[in-house]
Design a protein around this ligand. Sequence first.
Ligand code: ATP
Length: 305
Amino acid sequence: MSPAAGRDGVGLYCPAKINLRLRVGPTRTDLGGRHRLDTIYSAVGIWDRVELRPTEPGSGFRLSLEGEQLGDLNRRDADPHANLAVKALLAMAQATGHEPDVAIHIVKRIPVGAGLAGGSADAAGTMLGLNRLWNLGMAAADLDRIAASLGADLPFCLHGGLSRGTGFGQILEPLNPDGLQAQRLSRAGLTGHLLIGAYESQLSTAQVYKAFDLIGPGPHDLNDLQETACTLHPRSRQALDLARRAGIGPAFVSGSGPSVVVMAPRPEQTIALIKLWREQNAVDRIIEADSPVLPRMAPLRVTHG
Ligand code: ATP
């Protein structure tokens, strides 16, 4: 490792994701027992910041977190090895033969366990950052392969933007912003400004899929996950109903929930919906953002001593 690389750090802004469409099929052995998905991912401008700094050789990794809403990451007994960013570091170290001597600091703004892929965003940011920090020059296909071994949303989080995902979500078909499909999504009001209704309670992705399996895939090969998420978390349904009854939308659950997304509200609709949601206590937090966006790398100031 060069002396400069020994000191320099890397900072990344890692966006959340929403699913503009999320159709789920049965589990399949050829997908490693995971559910077949057909989804449209869109990266959203709610940003976690991931900072990577080399630690003393042989001293291993360190993890620190900051943020107002750290959810279950804040638990005293939280195991750092369970953090997806650490899993990404260890997977990259193993794949490249580097020692995982890196301090990871995460400034968390993406709500945790919210269906917004915050963990995957941090892990993807860690992988992109290590590619720079360790001067790996790893090809996108190699990064994608490691990402897919860590989580279904992770390959998309490496790229951001707008993409169709099939397989278990890891086979990506990027949608060019000038292309026909992206323009169709834009005309349907599914890109641009949006409101997210978020909750203090988390919904575990595994729990939602389990409930989905109990209900069964139904008459169609691919079904929507929204109904299951709303059954497990009725306030999400309430928030969606309020938006729809006020004629504001499209409105849908993000991923496996419980967060709800309301697209492209005009300024007066935004104000009306925020008022409605607050009056009826339908959400705990309201976040405004734009989509689609790309992950961003930012140089980290070198600190000596
Ligand atoms: P999914 O990508 O499965 O839809 P999600 O968006 O619903 O996930 P996350 O915010 O990624 O939810 O958190 C899911 C679980 O992952 C949480 O219970 C949390 O403890 C764990 N986790 C591990 N690492 C992280 C991380 N860096 N940020 C957030 N959650 C993490």
